[in-house]
Design a binder for this molecule. Structure first.
Ligand code: NAG
Ligand code: NAG
Ligand code: NAG
Ligand code: NAG
Length: 957
């Protein structure tokens, strides 16, 4: 079967074959056509948890095949240049729309008007130059609008007016030099809480230019603007708590006027990189000295000490952030008493003087991240109030027993990104409240007994990215409360027996990217881990070879385990399958991942132990076949990954009965045909990914294609890019571009055909009634004759011949024929005036007479031809002739009738062309010979081929 490429108009296509019939029928039939619904195979997007994701696919226009049920729509990173009114017509429950990173330079008036539920709109990184009136019409439920990094220089006065519920506006990185733009923002957005206008070339910010008091505004970000003048003469932002004036590129003076300290009751102020003369900064800070709690002064670089002292005179200040200030000593807080949090990250600090922090009575959080410390400063242990300490990214290579002495309140300690090689047993002895310890990315090779006695409240321990090579018995014995243990990216080859003894609260253990072998894990390695939910053993070297069952299944004590990952085990051999009892004991397992583990098959029965399993990933194994019985014990499966498994078909799903399967990823296999019953066997399927298979583009896939295009439950990812591999003439074409409708008879087609046929039949009937009425009547009797013929088949012939003649010719029949044939030759003849039974219908009599006689003699004259009864007799007789293959008809012409006169008597003419006849006018002079011929004709047996005795009196006309 060959296919044409689809025509554009799906309605007309279905009828194209039939278009010859009549356009009139088509319009009658269209009403019952099934016009293909918007299918669930999206051309450029996929749907995930009600979000349409179409990012970075080079779209030039908004796709129109998105189902109206989505709540999120991600169009970021495309090439859309214009938003039109029709683009978002039918998305009534959309709440988040991301148009960031396109080329949008124009938005039609009212383009978003139908998005009545929209909460968040992102237009960052486009090419808008002006916001027009009407751009945001209808967005009364919008709470967040982001239009940063455009080229906006003008904003129409009422463009923000519809945004009555807007709470967050980010219009940074535009050119808003004109303060009236900012003014119109405040004028129309009464609910605005957060306004971000970074780097917008604003130079003057004066309260009298803002016509409205903005009651709701809580956060204002004016960073990276070259502000020259900042005047607050009225209380326009009564609830402002966060103000960012940092990173100003202007290094000169700034006119700063805040008429009343109560006008700016800001709690959090950022003046990073604000390089003003010391006195100006002083003035500035003084305007906040009744409310300020957090001050960020990153990258100030000049007069830092003096500025710290000034800040510390603000009695409310508790948090001081001083990142990136080239400080090399932290002996800086002599004047400070009330600080609870100090951030000294990214300075050049090598030593911290013992006098630092001395005056601080309640320092709780201290960050010394990214400095040049080579040891833990001794001053630390003189701050007994410390709760969080960050020493990450320094040059600390060794830790001493006293380093964290007396720090009994510490809850979080970070030592990550140092060069620590070893932990001593006494190190953490005083950290009795520590909950989080970050030791990742160091060079630790030995844990000694650092964790075997102390840290009873530790919940999270990060030891990933170190050089540990084995986990010994009792290593973590002190960590009875530990919940999360990260040991990934070490060099661990084995887990000792009882390695995690007593860790009854452990829920997550991450052991990926190590060198653990199958011999390196034992059942007893996991003893006591009765609460373990997640065990990640990805990227190790666990390989069970050909062993079909294990003596001690390693995970058998982990009865609460929900997620087990054995993905990507590195060994260069193939395995005929995992041991069938490897999952023994995992009665609560939900996720199991054995992607890319060099398996050649899976042993039936291996899932007998995991009745709860919902997510299974067996991708990237060389399986080539999967037994349906494998799935019998895991009927709760909702997610199945079988990509790159060399499977030839999905037929195993037929018997697998996965009635709860919702998500299936089956990329890059060798599926060529997807059978309809396979699809039907997955009633809960919502998403299927068949990318990278090579499809057969013939009728075998017609139902699949139809399902892809029309079902409204299952999304078929990337279906429009499925490529044909076979037959050769369509190789390389797209499966969904081919028209396979000729393969399937759909209801629309049946509808079309039946309507057409009905109409045709109706017209035919009318036509026949009008022009061929009598022929129909004959046909009816012919039909009767057929029935009677069957009935009479076995009845004995009563007569030798039935004489069919017109009453006009009766004298000849009575005078000439009867005496000859009955009298002289002794035949028994049937004549209607003499032999018909009175009271029976004439047609019954005639058919009885014909079928009751061996032969029928037609006495043909002009009158005979005109008589309709005679015609019927001939019809019946000739029918018998054809039906029984009998030679029953003898024609005797009483008059010469030219062939041309026979034209109206079509059947007669036809008979005469095929048969011989006797002519009385020609034989009159030799009457004896004539009657002899009749006798011979009557005598002949009933073989139609045997016409030896039929004399040709006249040649065929
Ligand atoms: C708009 O938001 C209000 C309050 O959040 C909500 O009650 C209303 O249903 C929303 N309107 C639409 C059309 O979603
Ligand atoms: C810890 O505190 C005790 C008394 O509070 C003190 O004697 C001891 O020297 C402190 N330890 C260190 C290492 O500072
Ligand atoms: C383990 O967790 C439970 C519940 O979170 C808690 O009550 C118990 O104290 C924890 N055990 C330890 C040793 O911390
Ligand atoms: C999906 O299709 C079925 C039958 O074709 C129909 O009954 C159902 O209402 C449709 N559901 C939606 C959400 O369109």
């Amino acid at each position: 079967m060959a296919f044409g490429v689809k025509e554009d108009n799906p309605v007309l296509k279905g009828g194209s074959k039939w278009s010859n019939l009549s356009i009139i029928f088509l319009f009658l039939s269209i009403s019952c056509f099934v016009v293909p619904a918007t299918g669930f195979a999206l051309k450029y997007c996929r749907i995930s948890y009600n979000n349409a994701i179409c990012s970075n696919v080079k779209l030039h226009a908004v796709p129109q095949d998105i189902p109206s049920t989505v709540t999120g729509f991600d169009l970021s990173g495309n090439k859309i240049s214009k938003i039109e009114v029709s683009d978002f017509k039918n998305l009534p429950i959309l709440t988040v729309l991301d148009l960031g990173g396109n080329n949008i330079s124009q938005i039609d008036k009212g383009a978003f008007a139908n998005l009545i539920s929209l909460n968040k709109l992102n237009l960052n990184g486009n090419k808008l130059t002006k916001l027009e009136d009407g751009t945001f019409d209808g967005l009364s439920n919008l709470t967040e609008l982001r239009i940063k990094s455009n080229k906006i220089t003008a904003v129409a006065s009422s463009s923000f007016k519809p945004l009555t519920n807007l709470k967050t506006l980010d219009i940074s990185f535009n050119v808003l030099k004109d303060i009236t733009i900012v003014s119109s923002i405040f004028q129309h957005l009464p609910r605005l809480q957060e306004l971000i206008i970074k780097k917008s070339y604003i130079t003057i910010f004066q309260s009298w230019e803002l016509t409205n008091t903005s009651v709701a505004l809580a956060s204002l970000d004016l960073s990276q603007n070259p502000i020259r003048v900042f005047r607050f003469t009225a209380d326009v932002f009564p609830n402002l708590t966060r103000l960012n004036l940092g990173d100003s590129p202007r290094k000169k003076n700034i006119t700063w006027e805040v008429r009343n300290k109560t006008f700016l009751r800001v709690a959090t102020l950022d003046i990073s990189e604000l390089c003003l003369p010391l006195n100006d900064t002083k003035t500035l800070l003084e305007s906040f000295d009744t409310s300020l709690t957090t001050l960020r002064m990153n990258k100030i670089k000049r007069n830092v000490t003096a500025l710290i002292n000034v800040s510390c005179t603000i009695p409310t200040l508790t948090t001081l952030k001083l990142q990136n200030n080239n400080l090399n000593s932290s002996d800086l807080f002599q004047a400070c008493i009330n600080l609870t949090e100090i951030d000294l990250a990214e300075n050049q600090i090598k030593n911290v003087s013992d006098k630092s922090f001395r005056t601080l009575r309640g320092l709780m959080i201290l960050s010394l991240r990214k400095n040049k410390l080579s040891a833990v400063p001794s001053v630390i242990r003189t701050i007994p109030t410390l709760v969080e300490l960050d020493l990450s990214s320094n040059l600390i290579s060794a830790l001493d027993c006293h380093d964290f002495a007396n720090m009994t309140r510490l809850k979080e300690l970070s030592l990550k990104n140092n060069t620590i090689t070893e932990l001593k047993e006494c190190l953490f002895k005083d950290l009795i409240r520590l909950q989080v310890l970050r030791l990742q990315t160091n060079k630790i090779t030995k844990l000694n007994s650092a964790f075997s006695k102390h840290l009873p409240y530790l919940e999270r321990l990060h030891l990933n990215g170190n050089q540990l090579d084995c986990i010994k018995e009792g290593y973590f014995k002190g960590l009875q409360g530990l919940k999360n243990l990260s040991l990934y990216e070490n060099k661990i080859t084995r887990l000792g027996k009882n390695s995690f003894i007593g860790m009854k609260n452990l829920t997550d253990m991450l052991l990926q990217y190590n060198k653990i072998t199958d011999k390196g894990i034992h059942k007893s390695s996991f003893k006591d881990l009765i609460n373990l939910r997640t065990l990640d053993l990805r990227e190790n070297q666990i390989f069970y070879g050909a062993s079909s069952a294990l003596r001690d299944p390693p995970f058998s004590l982990l009865s609460r385990l929900e997620s087990l990952s054995l993905l990507s085990q590195h060994h260069r051999k193939k395995s005929p399958g995992l041991p069938c009892n490897i999952l023994e004991g995992l009665t609560n397992l939900l996720y199991f991942n054995i992607r890319n583990t060099e398996l050649l098959s899976l042993r039936v029965g291996m899932f007998n132990y995991t009745p709860q399993l919902q997510h299974l990933d067996i991708s990237s194994n060389d399986l080539s076949d999967v037994s349906p019985d494998l799935f019998a014990p895991i009927q709760n499966l909702t997610t199945l990954y079988i990509s790159r498994t060399n499977l030839l078909s999905l037929d195993f799903l037929l018997k697998a009965n996965l009635s709860k399967l919702q998500y299936m990823q089956a990329r890059k296999n060798q599926f060529s045909v997807i059978r309809e019953d396979v699809i039907n066997s997955l009633p809960a399927l919502e998403y299927v990914d068949l990318q990278g298979n090579s499809f057969t583009c013939d009728c075998d896939n017609a139902l699949f294609v139809q399902w892809v295009e029309n079902n409204n439950q299952t999304q078929v990812f990337d279906a429009y890019n499925f490529v044909c591999n076979y037959p050769p003439n369509v190789k390389g074409m797209k499966l969904l571009d081919l028209d396979m409708r000729s393969c399937t008879v759909d209801t629309g087609f049946i509808c079309f055909v039946s309507t057409t046929c009905t109409i045709l039949l109706f017209m035919l009937t009318s036509f026949i009634y009008h022009f061929l009425r009598w022929q129909m009547v004959y046909a009816y009797y012919l039909f009767l004759a057929l029935l009677l013929d069957k009935k009479n088949k076995k009845s004995q012939n009563q007569y030798d011949a039935f004489i069919s003649y017109n009453t006009h010719d009766e004298p000849w029949v009575v005078r000439e024929m009867l005496p000859k044939l009955e009298g002289e030759q002794g035949w028994k003849l049937c004549l209607h005036h003499r032999d018909f039974q009175p009271g029976r219908s004439i047609i019954d009599n005639i058919t009885d007479a014909i079928y009751g006689s061996r032969k029928t003699i037609c006495v043909v004259s002009r009158k005979y031809l005109e008589s309709e009864w005679c015609s019927r007799e001939i019809q019946a007789a000739s029918f018998r002739l054809f039906e029984e293959q009998k030679d029953v008809l003898i024609m005797v012409f009483l008059e010469e009738i030219p062939m041309s006169h026979l034209a109206p008597y079509y059947r007669m003419r036809k008979l005469l062309k095929r048969r011989t006849y006797l002519s009385w006018p020609k034989a009159r002079d030799h009457a004896e010979l004539f009657w002899e011929k009749v006798r011979q004709a009557l005598e002949t047996n009933e073989d139609p081929n045997d016409d030896r005795f039929l004399l040709r009196v006249v040649d065929k006309p």
